[in-house]
Design a protein around this ligand. Structure first.
Ligand SMILES: Cc1cc2nc3c(=O)[nH]c(=O)nc-3n(C[C@H](O)[C@H](O)[C@H](O)COP(=O)(O)OP(=O)(O)OC[C@H]3O[C@@H](n4cnc5c(N)ncnc54)[C@H](O)[C@@H]3O)c2cc1C
Length: 369
């Protein structure tokens, strides 16, 4: 009997895991990938892709408003949320099938089940089967933070649920000041919802250039989005179909939905890491890795959001590709996490790369702006 069933076992069929599995299989490795939910992971199923579809849909409202100025007469337009969601779901199902087909075409096998470590080389599938792997890649991604267990937290939705609302909320309260909170605030405002954004800091988009933060905030406010900073949500009450959100300043807001987008955490719980000896990075709660994505155990690697380095799809894909080339392609590749561009699909959109003006002034003696 062979010592190992596979050369590589990938836990997680998201952006990073899929790329790593395909490239490793292309290098001739025997690969098995486990996915417990849907192939494609966060980006395809409940992240970048469906979000971008909603962004496009919300832009159309503005274009119809502008149309008259360009000579178009458009009979009064109506919007049907359930049609948008049904069509979005169709597109996601098509992409999920394409991801599955591409992995299978590469020669890697897929098991649609949860996998956890039993020992450093053995994965236990939820089906009961055990698989012995020479190398293991952890690509389990991340999940939304719920924050403190405030009264009424059970009424609050996250980005996971927002893609499945059965009706467009006429009024929505969103807590958060990062890109996901802003993008959804602008999406709902584009559909005509009454949007209130709550953020605990002094201004939205912490970590971005101050002039960008001020400009985006001013433009969002012009669109009618109410932005309340320096406050947190203390309590959410439900009365029938309506919610009352209580803020730390003592005020309250009535709405039809309450969403929190207050950050994400790496998916490291209940994976059997203690049995495998995989160490967690105490600074960020993700799996500790070196620049080759190697964990504290030499044959176990981790990539993407579970390492909590830069939580972006192209980064997870690059890390997955570099891992596969390094381990199975005889071509060691380190991933450079410096100067990674990032986009925010707020309205207006933002694209940035490199240091902010404040960071430059701290780090360099002379700066031309
Ligand atoms: C609302 C939203 C919008 C976003 N927009 C953008 C954007 O515009 N641009 C961008 O670059 N990034 C965006 N992101 C981030 C992006 O989605 C992630 O960075 C990316 O998906 C990370 O890929 P990954 O492979 O690390 O993990 P994931 O894509 O999260 O995949 C992990 C997979 O592992 C599976 N899994 C977990 N545990 C197990 C287990 N034990 N067994 C089997 N399977 C398991 C999960 O079901 C999941 O499918 C967005 C995220 C969100 C939430």
């Amino acid at each position: 009997m062979a010592e190992f069933d596979v050369d590589l076992f990938v836990i997680g069929g998201g952006s990073g895991g899929v790329r790593a599995a395909r490239i490793a299989a292309g290098h001739g490795a025997r690969v098995m990938l486990a996915e417990e939910y849907r192939m494609g992971g966060t980006c395809v199923i409940r992240g970048c892709v469906p979000k971008k579809l909603l962004v496009y849909a919300s832009h159309i409202h503005h274009e119809i408003e502008d149309a008259a100025g360009f000579g178009w007469t458009i009979p009064s337009a109506t919007f049907h949320w359930p049609t948008l969601i049904a069509n979005k779901d169709k597109e996601i199902a098509r992409l999920e099938a394409a991801y599955t087909a591409n992995v299978e075409k590469s020669g890697a096998g897929i098991v649609k089940t949860r996998a956890v470590f039993e020992d450093p080389h053995t994965l236990r599938l939820a089906t009961g089967e055990a698989v012995r792997a020479k190398h293991v890649l952890i690509a389990t991604g991340g999940a939304p933070n719920h924050g403190l267990a405030i009264p009424g937290i059970e009424h609050v939705i996250s980005s996971n649920e927002v893609f499945h609302l059965t009706a467009l909320p006429r009024r929505i309260v969103i807590q958060g000041g990062g890109y996901i909170a802003l993008e959804f605030a602008c999406i709902f405002a584009g559909f005509g919802s009454d949007v209130t954004l709550i953020y605990r800091g002094d201004n939205i988009l912490r970590g971005f250039d101050d002039d960008v933060r001020a400009h985006v905030r001013a433009e969002m406010e012009k669109e009618g989005i109410s932005i309340i900073t320096g406050n947190t949500v203390d309590k959410v009450e439900k009365h029938g179909k309506e919610f009352t959100t209580h803020l730390s300043n003592g005020s309250s807001i009535a709405s039809d939905q309450v969403m929190f987008a207050i950050g994400r955490h790496p998916n490291v719980a209940n994976l059997g890491f203690e049995k495998a000896g995989v160490a967690i990075n105490p600074n960020n709660g993700g799996i500790a890795v070196d620049s080759f994505s190697r964990t504290s155990v030499p044959h176990i690697y981790a990539i993407g959001d579970v390492t909590h380095r830069l939580n972006l799809t192209p980064v997870a894909i690059r890390e997955g590709h570099a891992f596969a080339d390094s381990v199975f392609g005889k071509r060691p590749v380190e991933v450079d996490h410096v100067n990674v561009p990032t986009a925010v699909f707020s309205q207006p959109e933002i694209g940035t790369v490199g240091l902010t003006e404040a960071q430059e002034s701290e780090q360099l003696s002379k700066v031309d702006i």
